[in-house]
Ligand binder design. Structure first.
Ligand code: AMP
Ligand code: MG
Length: 499
């Protein structure tokens, strides 16, 4: 195993984490790989980061494998802890990831640039520090699809093949993902310090996170309480967005909850087809802890762990008031999430003026969708059809349900509500189509695209799917099949953690 070298080239990287107490991270070089090859480069993202695509293409294999890092990279792995399926693990950390540094993007926002799969770190425990090409390509596809859907998320900048096998049940091709994130501070980062009674560490993370994500809260009477409140609010918004697009994260452990409010750590995540709140895809989630409909409760649970970890610092700032303040934030969370969810669902239904009974009407629809085994995404997307095409649209929408009669009855109520509200149909259709995606990463499509690459070296399906998912709200000519749910013959889908 040879250590990586540095190239002469610079990327304008900064290193704000290195001003934190140094037991919160480890600096180390990546392990070099045999034959790095740049497979994917996200040119749009590269541009947004202020980087020239040509330079990245030229140097990407070296830079994004870790074999020959940019001169101003200063790689480090972060320490963190986490509750994994409810079990506290005091020592996790970036076991196979290294942050190269941060870049200030064109909008002036600081972004972490991190290699995932770059070799073992002091936090690797029994892991090999590596990642397989399949899961790496999956994260690249899903993270960028989520971004196109307008959901806050870490991004995928590049994929490099290592030219080395990774040994799982059988040898798999190895790869490294370059991930870009608003930051990598997690609930587990705070827990790591709290578990060691390292209150200086907790304070350092609080200050760091406020500076980076919630600068307006730095002067709050209790900055720690302000942080908890701000994080809870972003999580309420994020989980509402997940629910609205039918996303199931699959492994919402506290180490996988970012304080920035971005979706992070794409492992066993997947999108729901048929509406069923109990939907679980992850092979290791036996009890449905992270099922679709459990996500609000699990986010609340994670925030409780965050509050616990912050509590001693909070009480030092505000004594008993600190504890009461934290309790109030936690108590308000379900309602905050509900408010964001309802606002988004109203949009999905094309409702512009809130009415008292909206919540009931939406819940009634969900119940009919559940009973009628309706596709989550298409039910909302096609709801505009009755406005656009009258009776034909009504028939089309109802045909998505096994219980078409109940669906039709609900639809009449909705149409009456729309008429009462008034407004122009074309405008309403347009607005609905901007929030109800036509294309999501359908599980069968994702698997087939990955299989084509891995088994035949055929990139066409993957590239096509990626392209379609870039514009999820816009109908694309000749791409009808991409909007279809998997055929019944496809069976039950299982996903695996991204190792
Ligand atoms: P995850 O389930 O992906 O959130 O990962 C949980 C923990 O396991 C994190 O600390 C990861 O860094 C670590 N980990 C996962 N896969 C590997 C691997 N192949 N080598 C080393 N550490 C890993
Ligand atoms: Mg993780």
């Amino acid at each position: 195993m040879t250590e990586s070298r540095h190239s002469e080239e610079m990327l304008g990287l900064e290193h704000s984490y290195q001003r934190l107490p140094n037991h919160l991270y480890s600096r180390l070089p990546p392990e070099s790989v045999r034959r790095p090859q740049l497979l994917l480069l996200n040119e749009t993202l590269a541009h947004a980061l202020g980087w020239e695509v040509g330079r990245l293409r030229q140097h990407g294999a070296g830079w994004f494998s870790g074999n020959c890092l940019p001169a101003d990279a200063s790689p480090l792995a972060l320490a963190y802890a986490g509750d994994q399926f409810g079990q506290f693990v005091p020592q996790l950390g970036d076991g196979r990831a290294l942050m190269l540094g941060e870049v200030i993007d064109r909008r002036g926002v600081r972004q972490d640039v991190q290699l995932k799969g770059s070799g073992r770190t002091p936090y690797a425990r029994r892991g090999d520090g590596r990642a397989c090409l399949g899961p790496v390509l999956r994260e690249y596809l899903l993270a960028e699809a989520m971004h196109a859907l307008g959901v806050p998320t870490t991004r995928a900048l590049a994929v490099v093949a290592t030219g080395e096998p990774v040994f799982r049940e059988r040898p798999m091709p190895g790869a490294i993902l370059t991930r870009v994130a608003a930051s990598h501070v997690r609930v587990g980062s705070i827990q790591y310090c709290a578990a060691r009674q390292d209150w200086a560490g907790v304070r350092a993370w609080v200050g760091y996170t406020l500076r980076r994500h919630y600068p307006e809260q730095q002067e709050a009477a209790s900055p720690t309480l302000a942080l908890l409140q701000a994080v809870a609010e972003r999580q309420a918004q994020l989980i509402a967005r997940w629910l609205q697009v039918g996303f199931i994260h699959g492994v919402m452990n506290t180490d996988n909850m970012a304080l920035s409010g971005q979706t992070i750590d794409y492992g066993p995540c997947a999108f729901m087809d048929r509406y069923d709140p109990a939907t679980v895809f992850s092979s290791i989630d036996h009890w449905g802890r992270y099922a679709y409909g459990q996500q609000p409760a699990m986010a609340a649970w994670n925030l409780m762990r965050l509050a616990e970890a912050l509590l001693p610092v909070l009480e030092e700032e505000r004594a008993a008031e600190g504890r009461a303040g934290a309790a109030a934030v936690l108590a308000a969370f379900p309602e905050r999430l509900q408010i964001h969810w309802l606002a988004g669902m109203r949009q999905k239904l094309g409702l512009q003026q809130p009415e008292e009974g909206d919540n009931r009407q939406i819940e009634a629809l969900l119940q009919i969708m559940y009973d009628g085994r309706a596709d989550y995404t298409l039910t909302f997307r096609l709801l505009a059809a009755p406005l656009q095409e009258g009776e034909r649209g009504v028939a089309q929408w109802c045909s998505g349900f096994d219980n078409a009669e109940a669906a039709q009855q609900w639809l009449q109520g909705w149409l009456a509500r729309i008429r009462r509200e008034g407004g122009s149909d074309p405008q309403r259709i347009e607005a609905m189509n901007q929030v109800n995606p036509l294309y999501i990463p359908r599980n069968d499509r994702v698997e087939k695209a990955l299989a084509a690459v891995l088994e035949e070296g055929n990139w066409q399906p993957y590239r096509q799917l990626y392209q379609v998912l870039q514009n999820p709200f816009q109908e694309q000519a000749g791409m009808q099949t991409y909007s279809a749910p998997p055929p019944p013959s496809w069976g039950d889908y299982q996903t695996f953690c991204g190792t």
